[in-house]
Design a protein around this ligand. Sequence first.
Ligand SMILES: [Zn+2]
Length: 511
Amino acid sequence: MDIRFYNTLTHRVEPFTPIDAPNVYMYNCGPTVYDYAHIGNFRTFVFADVLRRFLELAGHKVHQVMNITDVGHMTDDQLADGGGEDKMAAAATRLKESKKDGRALVENPDDPYAVAEFFTTAFIDDAKRLNLKIADEYPGQMPRATDHVEPSMIPMIRSLIEKDHAYVADDGAVYFSVQSFPEYGKLSGNSLDHLKGGAGGRVQDSHQTHKRHPADFLLWKPDASHLMKWDSPWGEGYPGWHIECSAMARALLQRDTIDIHTGGEDNIFPHHECEIAQTCGATGHDRFANFWLHSRFLLVEGEKMSKSKGNFHTVRDVLEGKVTGRPVDPAVLRFELLKGHYRSNINFTAKGLADSASAVDRLRTAERAVSASSIHVSMRTIDNIDAEYSVINEFKAALSEDLNISGALGVLFSWLKSNPTNLIEMHDILTITNEVLAILPGSDAYVIIKDNTGTHVGSVDQDIKMKCKALDDARVAKDYDKSDAIRKEIESAGYEVKTTKKGTVASKRLA
Ligand SMILES: [Zn+2]
């Protein structure tokens, strides 16, 4: 299947070809954990999830890493070298104040690790409710930045200094030298001259006297009084924010050049620009990620979200009914966040949420008709299930054109509008499209239950499905003891286990 994506790096839609097909190596800038993630953050994370699921439906094996940023963020980190107060310290102060009011969220707000752990758990809970595959099935691939300071960030900073891409300034801090990297500014379209002039306030000058160029950015800040600190060749201190993604992507995806890097549009400058400079500076390759995909902002009722406007909604606020006056189903919020094209602003509104609720309802009604029927869905192999249906082909074709989700949903909902009655067709189309949308309670693509005549009766066993995926992961990791053990568990539940192109398939024959 030909897939094309808009690449921020080249400013055009380009054919997507993974370096090592069918593998796709993808890194997503993940959440900061000083507070609950808001729905604008989740717009970006849901986009990354839909992208991953679509690539899998297209036959790729996606290796996805999304980091948890639990160190290094400063209150002014929209600026090139992140000045201001440390966000974790600011969170501790905020939490201490809430404790005084008797609303203790974290028992010990003075412990930055406890604060980070509290909000990391909250994030993973929200992510699971919104059905993000990475949170559900691959918690180990949501690594904490604090675990990677010594093994990956410090060695990368050291190698940047060795290669003259970084220097220790007379204030003792380590900075990346943007002039050592002629490509700096290519992603965001900023030139060094423009940055010298302040880049519209986004290059700050408080460290100006110590830096060779105003756009040079922080890699290591020695500060023995900091809340979270590590030993380093440049003194006890902490890493800059940008270095964490460069170091973690390389360490965890084990590649100098990856296929896809995503984030929100606000990450383009300075964060992603700095990531490219660091990674390419350290590896000597001219590409860090072949494709850079960025989602646009989410607006609330047509306005930018801000704490002062009171329209700064977290996922739990929406789900618990604090925004619309009644609880919202997580599937409805997921649908609301995924239904707009990732390169358009989406406008979160009460009306939109109501429309999403009725769309989810239409899908569920159709699914209930299939699952309640006593008609047996004929056995078919997963490999050829989709080729037969124009609905599925058109759905995939729309997504393959820069993830045209509106086109894909248009295909699916106009088919539903035609009131399909063929239960086999309904089963197949809902199952396959749900692999990307993940609105219905899970497909049975990996578990097949047959009756005694060999006919597929279309049941879903989530537990076995999870085990099949765990088996696939163990096999990819070449942990054959583990994959054998999981295989035995599945078999002891009465299933026959087969390896197919799309992964493990478990099937069971009813007596
Ligand atoms: Zn990042």
